[in-house]
Write a new protein. Structure first.
Length: 201
């Protein structure tokens, strides 16, 4: 009995020591991971007045008839409206100029929920009128939240819808000053995109 009792006590002490040793290490890893995520966070729409960071640009700048814009609900960005392909056919929202310090980043990471239509995520550089964008689908069969990572080097460059050469117009990450959401899928009708957050990676 004494031998069994001694072994049981020793085993209990070893397990307790192992747990005490592992728990601080795991906590440190989780803390570092959360800190990294916060460093990469660009927008989570929790500030008092997130609308001050965004502007709307629709096809009416070229005589189009589409309507769209942004709103906020439950700390989420809502990009919604109606596209009309009888002139233009696009709607977009973008951030006001800001230095995001993206020189060492690979791309953008978003959490979103859509309506089945195809949207674009893009960026603009300081003092430049060209845009760099990539399409992302919102899957009509997907009813929940989705995430996607879009690399900067996969974004296509254009000016007013006209494709340009990436060699002649390279994207310089350190000069990125604006983030953009756009819909231009050559379809008529209502659209709605909800965005939970925007991060870099």
């Amino acid at each position: 009995m004494n031998f069994l009792s001694t072994n049981f006590s020793l085993g209990y002490l070893l397990i307790s020591f192992f747990c005490l040793a592992v728990t601080p290490y795991s906590s440190a890893i989780n803390k570092k991971k959360k800190q990294k995520e916060m460093e990469n966070l660009m927008y989570d729409f929790t500030e008092d007045n997130p609308a001050t960071n965004w502007i709307t640009v629709n096809d009416n700048v070229m005589g189009g008839r589409s309507e769209g814009g942004f709103s906020f609900n439950k700390k989420r960005l809502i990009f919604s409206g109606t596209t009309n392909t009888n002139g233009g056919g696009f709607s977009s929202i973008r951030t006001n100029p800001s230095d995001f310090n993206l020189s060492d980043k690979e791309g953008l990471h978003i959490r979103y929920k859509g309506d089945g239509r195809t949207f674009k995520l893009g960026v603009r550089m300081d003092g430049k009128s060209v845009s760099y964008r990539s399409n992302f689908n919102t899957g009509s069969e997907s009813k929940g939240w989705q995430e996607i990572r879009i690399p900067f080097d996969k974004m296509e460059v254009s000016w007013r819808g006209r494709p340009l050469s990436k060699v002649e117009h390279p994207l310089i990450k350190s000069k990125i000053r604006s983030i953009e959401f756009m819909i231009y899928d050559k379809k008529d009708g209502p659209f709605k995109l909800q965005v939970d957050w925007v991060k870099s990676y």
